[in-house]
Design a protein around this ligand. Structure first.
Ligand SMILES: [Zn+2]
Ligand SMILES: [Zn+2]
Length: 169
C-alpha cells in the first residue's frame, strides 16, 4: 500500500490521513479467513515526518489443540519516521519516492507479524484432542490415558514422588 504525501512535502498540508482494508492471507497457516482494517496518518512536525497507524484484525483460525474454528480479534500499531532521503544508515526510516509515494506495506506487515501468536487457541484452557482416539477432551473424556500407562514407568514415578516429598520437607 502506498500513501502519497506530496501535499505534506510541498507544505500544503500538515497531516495526510489514510485508511484501507486488506485480507490476512498468508500471515499464518491457521488463519482461514479474515480481514484487517488499517488506519493512520503521516504527520509533519516542522520537517520531521512521522507515520503512525493501527491495524484491527478480525479473522477465523483453527485451534492449535482441537482444530475447532474460532473467531479472533487482534490489534497492532506501527510508527515509523519518514524521510525524503537517507542521510545516515538507518533501517527504521521509510523513504518517500520521488513522486511523494510512501510504501507502508512493510511497516504494516511487521506490526501484524509482531502480534500474531505461534498458534491460536479456541480458549485459553482448551484440552485438545486425545492423541490416541481423537476424542475432543473439551466435550468428553476417553479411557486412553489409563491404557497408555507403562508399568515400567511406575518405578520412575515412585522415585519422582519420593524426590518431591523430600523437597517439600
Ligand atoms: Zn481448542
Ligand atoms: Zn482417547
Amino acid at each position: 500500500m502506498k500513501i502519497n504525501i506530496l501535499p505534506l512535502l510541498r507544505g500544503e498540508k500538515d497531516v495526510i490521513p489514510f485508511s484501507y482494508t486488506d485480507t490476512l492471507n498468508g500471515y499464518a497457516e491457521d488463519i482461514q479467513s479474515g480481514a484487517m482494517a488499517v488506519s493512520g496518518k503521516v504527520k509533519n512536525f516542522s520537517g520531521y515526518m512521522l507515520l503512525e497507524g493501527e491495524v484491527d484484525m478480525h479473522f477465523t483460525a483453527v485451534c492449535g489443540r482441537c482444530s475447532k474454528s474460532t473467531e479472533h480479534t487482534l490489534k497492532a500499531a506501527f510508527s515509523r519516521p519518514v524521510a525524503q532521503r537517507l542521510n545516515e544508515e538507518d533501517d527504521d526510516y521509510i523513504i518517500a519516492e520521488e513522486n511523494g509515494d510512501v510504501d507502508i506495506a512493510e511497516a504494516v506487515s511487521e506490526a501484524v507479524y509482531m502480534e500474531m501468536p505461534v498458534r491460536f487457541l479456541c480458549k485459553e484452557d482448551c484440552k485438545g484432542l486425545c492423541p490416541m482416539c481423537g476424542t475432543d477432551l473439551n466435550d468428553s473424556s476417553c479411557s486412553c490415558v489409563e491404557k497408555k500407562e507403562d508399568p515400567r514407568l511406575n518405578k520412575l514415578r515412585e522415585l519422582l514422588k519420593d524426590l518431591e516429598e523430600n523437597e517439600q520437607e
